[in-house]
Design a binder for this molecule. Structure first.
Ligand code: PLP
Length: 381
């Protein structure tokens, strides 16, 4: 069975984890620091705070901004639930802006339309690895005095049109990565927040560890080496050293992962070009996506087959697919809590109706890729 995504674990990864198990520190040991430093090196950010997963990272990133109880934030409906849930955890009202029909990323023009005097935060999501138009988004943020957290769960290794790497926080206050097994690199569960702002970094460190600090510069008094202070209501969102060792080892393969992902995408794009009912993803000039997903649009009604049937026919040939994403505002919780309804974000909804994510992961063999191409041409051709 070829799934829509799969982790890539080699002997070096296994040895890295085992070495931690034989060491003195199972959590918050040397590998956590090493992993965080490596993410800084790869992205160009000044600071990195690793966390237990990206949802936790988004939670404390929003919390670190201290937006109060009456704020609104804007994100895309074409995302995983955690992007907007992170606002709800912090009493920030989630507002959505519709997507661009070509990039499937949040549409800056629609963001502008949803800004009110309560808007304090933007969470753009680099869908499938493709960076959002951050120059336009940061211009909107500057104009209205908004903070920006980039949800880069899909986008480690991706480059903006200016060539710099997602996560450098050139256009934002913070960037959040996910290391769930289906994402580009994995730590089992895991995430990281990058920032260039030292004060935000200190807040993130505190919030991931019960709101406590031992940092001499932050303590209100310092009676001795045992002493710590709780200065905020925080959480236990720490990453273990086993996870960090795996993450560090995985990062050494990021260039290979990106190269292989892009090779597969290029093979798909070439094979599917000119298909009547299937549209391949578009990468704007100068942008370099690390392609987490291969998201195609299929006109199922013109094809005369339902998506369920196409998925089943592909499954019968050993090919797994998935759908990314059910527009978040159409989830019952969002409808019931915030009054959103079907039709509120028509571009995202139409996109969703036609979406199918085909297998994409670095461990796919050329034969796997050929099998997917053959099956898709047969079933959707
Ligand atoms: C996977 C994902 C998350 C959550 O990541 P976890 O590490 O599983 O908590 C957040 N946002 C997006 C866009 C994701 O795809």
């Amino acid at each position: 069975m070829i799934g829509y995504g799969h982790q890539y674990i080699d002997d070096a990864d296994i040895e890295a984890v085992v070495s931690v198990l034989k060491s003195d520190f199972l959590t918050q040991g040397p590998f956590v620091t090493k992993f965080e430093q490596e993410i800084c090196k790869i992205t160009g950010a000044k600071y990195c705070v690793s966390v237990s997963n990206a949802t936790a990272g988004l939670h404390i990133a929003v919390a670190a901004l201290g937006l109060g109880y009456d704020a609104e934030g804007i994100t895309t409906p074409n995302t995983f639930l955690a992007s907007s849930n992170s606002m709800v955890y912090n009493h920030v009202k989630p507002v959505f802006a519709d997507i661009n029909p070509v990039s499937y990323n949040i549409d800056p023009a629609d963001v502008e339309k949803h800004v009110t005097e309560k808007t304090k935060l933007l969470i753009p999501v680099h869908f499938a690895g493709l960076p959002c138009e951050m120059d336009k988004i940061s211009a909107i943020a500057q104009k209205h005095n908004l903070r920006i957290i980039e949800d880069a769960a899909h986008a480690i290794g991706s480059q903006y049109a200016d060539g710099s790497y997602v996560g450098n926080c050139k256009y934002s206050d913070m960037t959040v990565f996910s290391f769930h097994p289906v994402k580009t690199i994995t730590t089992g569960e895991g995430g990281a927040v990058t920032t260039n702002d030292e004060a935000l970094c200190q807040k993130l460190l505190m919030l991931r560890s019960h709101g406590t600090t031992k940092n001499e510069n932050l303590l209100t008094k310092n009676p001795g080496p045992w002493y710590y202070e709780m200065q905020a209501l925080g959480f236990n969102y720490r990453m273990t050293d086993m996870q960090a060792a795996l993450g560090y080892s995985q990062l050494q393969k990021l260039d290979f992962f990106k190269k292989r992902r892009r090779e597969i995408v290029a093979a798909y794009n070439k094979a599917f070009a000119g298909m009547q009912h299937l549209k391949t993803p578009v990468e704007p000039e100068n942008v370099s996506s690390c392609f987490h997903l291969y998201a195609v649009q299929i006109d199922f009604s013109a094809l005369g087959k339902s998506r369920t049937r196409v998925m089943q026919e592909l499954r019968n040939k050993g090919i797994g697919t998935q759908v990314h994403y059910i527009p978040v505002h159409t989830q019952p919780f969002y409808k019931n809590t915030f009054g959103y309804k079907d039709g509120d974000y028509p571009v995202a909804e139409k996109y969703y109706e036609q979406e199918l994510s085909l297998p994409l992961y670095p461990g796919m063999s050329d034969e796997d890729v050929e099998n997917v191409i053959k099956a898709v041409k047969e079933i959707v051709g």
